[in-house]
Design a protein around this ligand. Structure first.
Ligand code: GLP
Length: 233
């Protein structure tokens, strides 16, 4: 793992932008994208860049179960507002949280991932070490699956919703195996709330109890943290 420490999220996002641009210039065709507050500045940089994604593919990590792609809180809408509105891809995949058969939807997503292997995967990290929506205890060999969100994740994501009761309790997420199949991984973390998770991911034991620790065995991972998130390293 290559660890890059920066002063704050703005500088960190600039570094992330250069990593992204570098992959793009080297010919990456499929980008795995993440939601949450962490990649927002990176997406702003991408919106303002000269890069053209109209021949490329994007595949998002996850989506809440029960939210339509048009729902204001859905990750599909988030991606549209943060990136796709200004920089459309040729095709952008986000799991369908309203699929009538969620198991069929997970299989459909795995087929997409097989057809379009991810060149660069962007990741944030949950306070409890989750990646995508893979909560502690998820098998390292998991493919796309249905997840019951932990209270910690529901609370952490509450700020995107009016009240806690509005946060969906289930999600569809790419699995840990689907994520680590990406050729290159770029994980970003800002703020003190991520410091324990970052320490456990990098310096702790590799264990399914800390989903992000699986990245220790991936051969091409870049981690960008600000001083606060890296303060316990
Ligand atoms: C959610 C997303 C993750 C994200 C995490 C951290 O649970 N499913 O992909 O990394 O939140 O969110 P934030 O970036 O808002 O701290």
């Amino acid at each position: 793992m290559k660890i890059l420490k920066t002063e704050d999220r703005v500088k960190g996002s600039k570094k992330a932008f250069f990593e992204f641009q570098n992959a793009y210039e080297k010919g990456a065709k499929v980008f795995g994208l993440a939601t949450g507050s962490t990649p927002i500045e990176l997406y702003r940089e991408l919106r303002e860049s000269r890069m053209d994604f109209s021949n490329l593919i994007s595949i998002n990590l996850d989506e809440y179960v029960g939210l339509d792609g048009k729902d204001k809180q859905s990750y599909r809408t988030f991606m549209y507002e943060q990136l796709f509105c200004a920089k459309p891809f040729k095709e952008s995949f986000v799991p369908n949280g309203k699929a009538s058969d969620l198991v069929v939807e997970t299989k459909r997503y795995d087929e997409i991932l097989q057809k379009y292997p991810i060149d660069l995967q962007i990741l944030g990290i949950g306070n409890n070490g989750h990646i995508g929506f893979n909560e502690p205890g998820t098998s390292f060999s998991s493919m796309t699956h249905i997840v019951k969100l932990t209270d910690s994740t529901i609370q952490a994501n509450q700020h995107f919703f009016e009240k806690q009761e509005d946060v969906p309790t289930m999600a569809i997420s790419m699995g840990i195996k689907s994520i680590t199949d990406a050729k290159k991984i770029l994980l970003l973390a800002w703020g003190e709330a991520k410091a324990d998770a970052i320490k456990a991911m990098i310096e702790g034991e590799m264990t399914e109890e800390v989903p992000a620790s699986v990245l220790q065995r991936h051969s091409d991972v870049v981690v960008i943290v600000d001083d606060a998130a890296g303060s316990k390293l």
